[in-house]
Design a protein around this ligand. Structure first.
Ligand code: HEC
Length: 246
């Protein structure tokens, strides 16, 4: 019976993987949640480029400040819009019904998007906007075909057009896949700088999805140390107690 279940799981698993990822190739990205500078740069991009459409209603400004090593004043000066208070959560600048009529799809809340989609997906999505005349926004996205989101960071990245190549499938059918890009306009950043910035932004979104995780890891290490010390003490105590019994 167990074998049958195992065989079933083995047969279904690859299919599940496929369903989750589609046939999109995701870029792998390395992020470092201990790098506070990287998280701060990511937070800055996030408030400047994303909060106008997306909210992050589980993230409070002062919590973020503490975790990222910033004082309340630094947060106020650099990361907040005038009028918000540091104890508030990251609200959207635009009412979501309006956003829905403008884009056809309401921009989702981004508090826990990293947990839902994974870091590689986010990075691929953020670096994956390319020119496409058939779209109302003028761009399409490699990770999310026909995404309703415009390329909001085009001023940083510049606009790139896809270069296609033809691949032949297992049944001999031909289809076009994006092989490379050609930049049609220059951005304020070089492609390498933009990729690094998107790594920071991805790191920030992963942090935001689970702000407690770094703290939890630190607590975990202390717990292990405590258990180790307790073990040593108990060992010698046991020796002491049993010494007269033999
Ligand atoms: C001009 C409004 C606007 C801005 C600004 C904006 N977005 Fe979006 N975003 C959207 C819309 C609309 C969608 C819904 C796309 C869809 O489902 O087709 C979306 C969807 C998303 C998604 C979900 C993609 C998916 O797979 O479902 C992510 C992640 C995202 N945005 C990240 C960001 C980040 C990060 C920024 C800041 C750099 C940002 N967005 C700025 C409008 C915006």
């Amino acid at each position: 019976m167990r074998k049958i279940i195992l065989a079933f799981v083995m047969a279904v698993l690859p299919g599940l993987g496929f369903a989750a990822g589609g046939n999109v190739h995701l870029e792998e990205v390395d992020i470092d949640l201990n790098n506070k500078q990287s998280l701060q740069r990511g937070a800055k991009l996030f408030v400047n480029y994303c909060l106008s459409c997306h909210s992050a209603q589980y993230m409070r400004y002062n919590r973020m400040g503490r975790d990222l090593g910033l004082t309340d004043d630094q947060v106020k000066e650099n990361l907040m819009f005038a009028g918000d208070k540091v104890g508030e959560t990251m609200k959207i600048a635009m009412p979501s019904e309006k956003a829905e009529t403008w884009f056809g799809t309401a921009p989702p809340d981004l508090s826990v998007i990293a947990r839902a989609k994974g870091k590689d997906y986010l990075y691929t999505y953020l670096t994956g906007f390319y020119l496409d005349d058939s779209r109302a926004t003028g761009v399409n996205n490699v990770a999310l075909q026909n995404a309703a989101m415009p390329h909001v960071m085009w001023d940083l990245e510049g606009l790139k057009a896809p270069i296609y190549k033809t691949v032949v499938g297992p049944e001999g059918e031909e289809h076009q896949v994006i092989d490379d890009y050609k930049y049609m306009t220059k951005g304020k950043m070089s492609p390498a700088e933009f990729d690094a910035a998107m790594r920071d932004l991805t790191a920030y979104m992963v942090y935001m999805g689970e702000p407690i995780q770094q703290t939890r890891k630190t607590i975990g290490i202390w717990v292990l140390l405590f258990l180790f010390v307790l073990f040593v003490v108990s060992y010698y105590l046991k020796k002491e107690y049993w010494k007269d019994v033999h």
